[in-house]
Ligand binder design. Sequence first.
Ligand code: CP
Ligand code: NVA
Length: 305
Amino acid sequence: MKQLKGKDLLSIADLTSQEIQELLDFAQQLKAGEIAPKCDRVLGLLFYKASTRTRVSFSVAMYQLGGQVIDLNPKQTQVGRGEPIEDTARVLDRYLDVLAIRTFAHQDLETFAQYADIPIINALTDLEHPCQILADFLTVKENFGSLAGITLTYVGDGNNMAHSLLLGGALTGMNIRIASPQDYLPSPEIVAQAKQLAGDNSEITITNDPIAAVENAQVIYTDVWASMGQEDSADSRIPIFQPYQVNDALVSHCDRDAIVLHCLPAHRGEEITASVIEGQQSRVWDQAENRMHAQKALLASVLDA
Ligand code: CP
Ligand code: NVA
């Protein structure tokens, strides 16, 4: 995908609808072993938050492309001791070919992108998680053949996952419904942007009613009730979010062939029950695997491998 060469991915909305579709096609070819692009480049991982899937899937994808990975633990790099992002970004730019960053403030990611010319990839911020979306949509495509016209209902906190699903879904013609408690709705700016991107092609629905939101949906999605950095409010959120648990009763309101997704890590008994995550409709392990294929497609594209 030559048109992505050298580009950043800070928001899923940095991609066009066509670019998302082409990345998913590319990822499917990679997953099927039909192609095996090679690139002798170096990926840096600068993660200020814990990660299993993103860290390992990016690393394995890069190794399989023939490249190398440097894990830049902020606790062992000067940026963690207060070296300005502007300086760190300009230095890392001289060594690395691509840099994936997981951090808190989206603005910090944007500062890295402003000061480094190499591709900067959002590996999760408090605002968005675009790499997860590519894997999620690959999983939807594998199950339903295409994205346009599919209704995806996200039940839970109006967080980074909800934001990226709203924007990515709007771009690809999916109907996106978000059901959250009133004080935990997604950002009004992101909702407005999603509605603008959706135009007349798809419906964006924001509600407090989880049961109405899952009626006739093909995909039910949930995520933790307290994201990384919100641990202090985790206990107080439990009673507020209890009516938004994805359990057998809620899933019984969906289509029988609906699938259940979760970006993981999951808290069984909180946002999702064990019976649902381990049940027949769950696709969470395929979804986790797809992180690797989708990110390999992304890396090969931004590095023009
Ligand atoms: N879904 C996801 O990003 O998982 P990790 O936090 O383990 O990377
Ligand atoms: N919303 C979660 C996603 C984890 C992959 C968080 O930000 O912690």
